[in-house]
Ligand binder design. Structure first.
Ligand code: NAD
Ligand code: TDX
Length: 342
């Protein structure tokens, strides 16, 4: 694989993947296709070698542009999306347009040009799991986890458009023999994550003298993975995955939101109750948990960044060291949340 297109490569996880490819596979040419929405940032690619990484600013739903680019590549790794649940509750249309029509445009181009396609998706397509404390035996056991056999049951406009895009890919594999794989990953954290998201929002709140904000009672559980581990998993699937298969990516990182909040406060030398409870998210998924046995056993992958405390401390340091990257946007992001009492 000599040339790849990375859609959404100027966003959080896509740009971390581009950094991963530059570091580990200097022989691979990368074309980033990114619309540079509010979530995309050229600065995420700063310092990468120009002879290896090229940025094309454009829309994945632009069929002419996509066709031209796809003709010149060996593979498409598709990260671009509208990605934030809270935004999807306010205005779902861009989610339908980018996540569904955008994916359709890419897979049609890959089908016509017989190009390998990897589809990056989320565990949220499976809906949510009960909290362990609500299970018989009060959480004595592990509780069930998502596998690639779990039925789709998305809750939000965001996750339903991701589910719709996954189903398009599955149908294109079966009906047109599209050379595709799919991955569904759990919650990522790390550098370059937009400050609308939970962890960077709270870190930058503390750094700005604003009280952090916890939705509802904070019992909701997310399964955290460092974004570098997501990148190594996607690379393994792209190069060794079986066509037509779905792989779930996770690093056994379940934490409830209240615990994550308290850990951020501890690592930033704040009292552990120095936060506000704010309005809950409508339809808020309770718990996500990934069973990644298939990926580990079949593709010999394992996560490296499994110490959440250390990973979070590194992430806090990154936001402290890169104030220029987020500070200009902070006020507007918080004003937007305040409209919903969040
Ligand atoms: P992000 O919002 O940080 O970045 C999205 C990127 O896509 C931005 O650079 C944006 O400019 C670009 N983009 C948006 N619409 C576009 C369009 N129409 N054409 C071209 N580019 C467009 O998102 P993220 O958190 O990095 O997520 C990346 C992918 O990973 C998404 O597909 C998301 O569903 C998936 N995912 C995210 C997580 C997570 O924890 N954040 C977990 C699992 C899967
Ligand atoms: O201020 C907040 N306070 C709070 O308690 C915010 C922004 C969030 N939360 C809660 C809601 C969630 O339970 O924290 C948890 C994480 O919230 P988000 O960062 O918005 O992530 P989530 O909704 O879980 O979705 C993320 O993981 C799956 C990504 O944004 C998706 O793109 C990905 O598919």
């Amino acid at each position: 694989m000599k040339k790849i297109i990375v859609t959404g490569g100027a966003g959080f996880i896509g740009s971390n993947f581009v950094h991963y490819v530059v570091k580990h596979h200097p022989e691979v040419q990368v074309t980033v296709l990114d619309k540079l929405t509010y979530a995309g940032n050229r600065a995420n690619l700063a310092g990468l070698p120009e002879e290896q990484v090229k940025l094309v600013v454009g829309d994945i739903a632009d069929a002419k542009l996509v066709n031209e680019l796809v003709q010149e590549t060996d593979a498409v790794v598709h990260y671009a999306a509208e990605s934030h649940n809270d935004n999807s509750l306010k205005d779902p249309f861009p989610f339908v347009q980018t996540n569904i029509i955008g994916t359709y445009t890419l897979i049609e181009a890959c089908r016509k040009n017989d190009v390998r396609y990897h589809h990056v998706s989320t565990d949220e397509v499976y809906g949510d799991l009960p909290l362990r404390e609500d299970l018989p035996g009060h959480g004595e056991g592990e509780g069930e986890k998502f596998t690639d056999q779990t039925p789709y049951n998305p809750s939000s406009p965001y996750s339903s458009t991701k589910a719709g895009s996954d189903l398009l890919v599955k149908a294109w594999v079966r009906s047109f023999n599209l050379q595709a794989t799919i991955s569904n990953c759990s919650n990522n954290y790390g550098p370059y994550q937009h400050i609308e998201k939970f962890i960077p929002r709270q870190i930058t709140n503390v750094l700005s003298g604003i009280r952090p904000k916890l939705y509802g009672d904070g019992k909701n559980v997310r399964d955290w993975i460092h974004t570098n581990d997501h990148s190594s998993a996607v690379w393994a699937i792209l190069t060794k995955g079986k066509i037509g298969e779905t792989y779930l990516i996770g690093a056994d990182g379940e934490e409830d939101n209240k615990s994550v909040m308290e850990l951020i406060l501890e690592l930033m030398d704040q009292p552990n109750d120095a936060y506000d409870h704010v309005n809950d998210r409508p339809g808020h998924d309770l718990r996500y948990a990934i069973d990644s046995t298939k990926l580990r056993q079949e593709l010999d992958w394992k996560p490296e960044f499994t110490n959440f405390r250390d990973g979070l401390a590194d992430t806090i340091r990154w936001y402290k060291d890169n104030r220029d990257w987020w500070e200009a946007e902070k006020q507007a992001v918080e004003a937007n949340y305040a409209k919903n009492g969040q």
